[in-house]
Write a new protein. Structure first.
Length: 575
């Protein structure tokens, strides 16, 4: 139930009814009409630019058009007690008490579906996709939370979502990883010294851990030759590494629906099949690329190879699909992978990328357009860096895992709820400061605590009244008495469906976290006012002071429940 959309349609209907008076030719003339929140300084509930849009049709002063529309709306729209004309012609609408009662009852009836829409699209969201050559590190954390919450948000909005993890288990980095495990195994079993300084080897303690697990479960493993046992050792090594990644993700509250193996992609010749498809459409040709711009071209080798004409689809230049030795490039494998996504008939593909992959967006977006004949859209969202601070200084955690900080270390310092909420404390395309001091405080500076405490306080009121949070309260015009704090809360509550709609359409789940914090701030202010002024207290003589207050608390509980469910954050009733 998006109140803004409902009244937008009502406003449009009335103008269409009087279309001769406004030179309206079709409903398309009203496409730019919007209904939104008025500025807080106005004591009104809705605002619209309708007069200014219609004035373009009548070619008259927008305020004159606004006067005409005001008369029509006050006469024919029964939910408003007053309409004001502001600025160049904005119309501000004030809901009457009867309308408010209807709205409140409707929200309560919808409960866990309040704010949900019926979008019914099919999404594939790929996120994290960390190299399986080591544990999750803190650099993956923000993208993991962002992808998971975005998935929850789109599901809440009525879509079908597949959460996918692409396993980069093919190529030189996996060869080096497997060789590192092999050498650690020989170190453990035969006391051979591990070549710590050898180039391209993985030296973290986690390599020893994996080697010990393999040896424990495969006591008779042949360690005489890596080449003869490469496939088996690679499979075992990746299994334990992926188990560690999945365990860390689970601790963060993240669970993927599907893990896609790059090795299977290559072995099943899906790369060559996707390239052949592009060839048939004339998007892949044999040719030569120009030397990389801005780089030393003295060692550039002009080699004929397969080239994807990505510049036809908005990329800055065409892209090589083969290396000098004729093997597939990383990009070619990615083309093959995205071809499998396209074949599954998703409406949208979403990739959550790290800050270091910004330059990769145009080429892979071009590939998806070419593979789908422009029918499937790839949306890439960038997850920027996180700076960890403590006492105002960069916070350094243990690097037991090698040259990075493991996510498991962060989870030892801060609980999951705080991490998830704080990772959404800014838009994903902006750098984020994660302040350990703030997330451990029990005050307004810690947003997740502030939201959870709001819910705990509301439930304490229900317990004080010995009433169920689901207790039925009937509102009528006689007992509808609203104070300034409750009015602000109601205005904020009716925003919820609009926030959900905007956040899901723009792929900006941080809007949910911001909104929940704003609702909680309003409630805490109301609570504090009751401590200062007895006329604002919720409970008097063991009874609720105002039936409307109880109903509003129920609505806040609904909004907090829906919002924190999307964020994947718990909502305790006691704190």
């Amino acid at each position: 139930m998006n109140l803004f959309n409902i009244y937008l349609e009502e406003i449009k209907k009335k103008i269409i009814k009087h279309k001769k008076d406004f030179n309206l030719k079709s409903a398309d003339d009203l496409k730019q009409v919007v209904v939104e929140n008025p500025p807080e300084k106005f004591d009104f509930d809705l605002s619209s630019n309708v007069a200014m849009i219609v004035a373009k049709l009548t070619r008259e002063n927008p305020r004159n058009t606004a006067e005409k529309l005001k008369k029509i709306f006050l006469k024919e729209l029964k939910d408003f007690t007053d309409i004001d004309i502001a600025g160049p012609g904005f119309l501000n609408f004030k809901l009457n008490n009867k309308a408010w009662i209807k709205i409140i009852n409707s929200i309560y009836k919808n409960k866990r579906n309040f704010g949900s829409t019926n979008q019914r699209k099919k999404y594939n969201i790929e996120f994290v996709s960390a190299n399986p050559t080591g544990p999750m590190h803190v650099g993956h954390c923000r993208g993991a939370v962002f992808g998971d919450v975005l998935s929850n948000l789109l599901k809440f909005s009525g879509n079908k979502v597949t959460k996918e993890f692409y396993i980069n288990d093919y190529g030189s980095q996996v060869d080096n990883f497997t060789r590192s495990i092999f050498l650690r195994l020989r170190e453990i079993k035969y006391k051979e010294k591990f070549p710590e300084n050898k180039e391209n080897l993985y030296v973290g303690e986690y390599i020893k851990d994996i080697a010990q697990k393999i040896l424990k479960n495969n006591k008779n493993i042949n360690l005489n030759s890596l080449e003869k046992n490469y496939k088996t050792l690679k499979k075992e090594s990746l299994k334990y590494s992926l188990d560690s990644i999945k365990s860390d993700l689970k601790s963060l509250g993240v669970k993927h629906d599907h893990f896609f193996s790059e090795t299977k992609l290559v072995e099943n010749k899906l790369v060559s099949k996707s390239i052949d498809k592009l060839k048939k459409n004339g998007y892949v040709v044999d040719g030569f690329l120009e030397p990389p711009k801005g780089e030393d071209a003295s060692n550039w080798k002009r080699t004929k190879r397969l080239i994807f004409k990505s510049s036809l689809f908005g990329d800055d230049s065409d892209r090589a699909l083969q290396k000098d030795d004729g093997s597939w490039t990383y990009f070619a494998n990615d083309v093959g992978y995205h071809s499998t996504k396209v074949s599954k008939k998703y409406d949208y593909l979403v990739n959550i990328l790290g800050a270091d992959h910004i330059g990769y967006i145009k080429r892979i977006s071009a590939a998806v357009r070419a593979l789908s004949n422009n029918k499937v859209k790839l949306i890439c969202k960038v997850s920027q860096l996180v700076k960890f601070l403590k006492d105002g200084e960069p916070f350094k955690m243990s690097k037991r895992s090698g040259d990075f900080i493991a996510l498991s270390n962060l989870l030892k310092e801060v609980e999951k709820d705080a991490i998830r909420f704080m990772m959404l404390n800014r838009s994903s395309d902006m750098e984020l400061e994660f302040d350990f001091n703030k997330v451990l405080e029990k005050n307004k500076e810690n947003p997740v605590f502030y939201v959870q405490y709001c819910n705990a306080r509301i439930n304490s009121l229900f317990r004080s009244l010995k009433a169920s949070p689901n207790k039925k309260i009937n509102l009528n015009l006689k007992n509808f008495k609203i104070n300034s704090f409750e009015y602000k809360l109601l205005r904020k509550i009716i925003e919820w469906p609009k926030i959900v709609d905007l956040a899901s359409k723009k792929f900006e789940p941080h809007r949910i976290a911001f909104y929940l914090y704003e609702v909680s701030t309003l409630f805490h202010s109301y609570w504090s006012k009751g401590n200062e002024d007895s006329s604002f207290r919720f409970i008097k003589d063991g009874k609720i002071n105002n039936p409307l207050s109880f109903k509003i608390f129920q609505l806040i509980s609904i909004v907090l429940g829906n919002g924190m469910h999307i964020l994947g954050v718990s909502l305790p009733k006691k704190m």
